[in-house]
Unconditional design. Structure first.
Length: 256
């Protein structure tokens, strides 16, 4: 039996995660935590288990619990995931992983250091239509993602820039994950561009660590990097990371 702890006893946990785990014969939630202790106690009374607590660390420190589900508001994801990893717990975490890149990187380091497994709740890649699309087009050349959603109410906590990050953080990350899944990009690979504000950019870093895609389609990768370099203001220093690409990008980036 896989013994699970749940942190965050709200509607999403009730409707998605507790209901799903109930269908798995060899897994069960045994502990519940929520800052509103009555919510945790309500889950314990409704779904069964061993204890409820307002302190998630009690779940993390319990040696009999194998893994935890983190279903809290987004600003708490990073500290909770890091604490769970440090306690040796495997983690399923609701998306977004964090509201900041620094938070995501900190979680990754904590999980690597602990040797545990963490999975963000990116469910879209498991839907039949997405899987069929991946089989139908095994090596796509260009991918464009678009997600449409009804406007969220201004008072909804997920719209708060501090607690939730709004719709792009909450739902847009699903689109990013689908694109990565269709491109067959490993989780540790990425394509990112970082810069200061365009009008003041003096240093631009093009991080082309998507090794698998670059090896299959090097010209497309170079074109993307050169395009970014060409879009920068005159005088900006451009750095491109990946094997022999820097020289090719630098040749175009150092414009008169």
């Amino acid at each position: 039996m896989i013994r699970l702890g749940l942190v965050g006893c709200g509607n999403l946990a009730r409707q998605a995660h507790v209901a799903s785990v109930a269908r798995i014969p060899d897994a069960a939630f045994v502990a519940y935590a929520d800052v509103v202790e009555d919510a945790a106690r309500g889950f314990l009374a409704e779904f069964g288990g061993e204890f409820a607590t307002p302190d998630p660390q009690r779940i993390f420190d319990d040696p009999t619990i194998d893994a935890v589900y983190l279903c809290t508001r987004h600003d708490s994801h990073a500290p909770l995931a890091i604490a769970a990893a440090k306690a040796g717990k495997h983690v399923l975490i609701e998306k977004p992983l964090s509201l900041t890149e620094e938070g995501c990187e900190a979680i990754a380091r904590a999980v690597d250091d602990a040797g545990t497994i963490l999975m963000p709740a990116f469910k879209m890649r498991y839907t039949p239509l997405v899987r069929q699309a991946r089989e139908f087009v095994p090596e796509p050349f260009v991918l464009v993602g678009q997600m449409m959603d009804n406007r969220w109410a201004d008072g909804f906590w997920a719209q708060d820039p501090v607690q939730g990050g709004a719709n792009v953080h909450s739902q847009g990350c699903h689109t990013t994950d689908i694109l990565r899944y269709l491109e067959r990009v490993a989780a540790e690979h990425r394509l990112a561009v970082r810069s200061a504000e365009p009008q003041a950019a003096q240093q631009v870093t093009i991080d082309l660590a998507c090794v698998d895609a670059v090896e299959r389609q090097p010209q497309a990768a170079i074109a993307a990097a050169v395009g970014v370099a060409d879009a920068q203001p005159d005088g900006a220093a451009v750095e491109c990371r990946l094997g022999e690409l820097p020289a090719q990008v630098a040749e175009r980036a150092h414009r008169p």
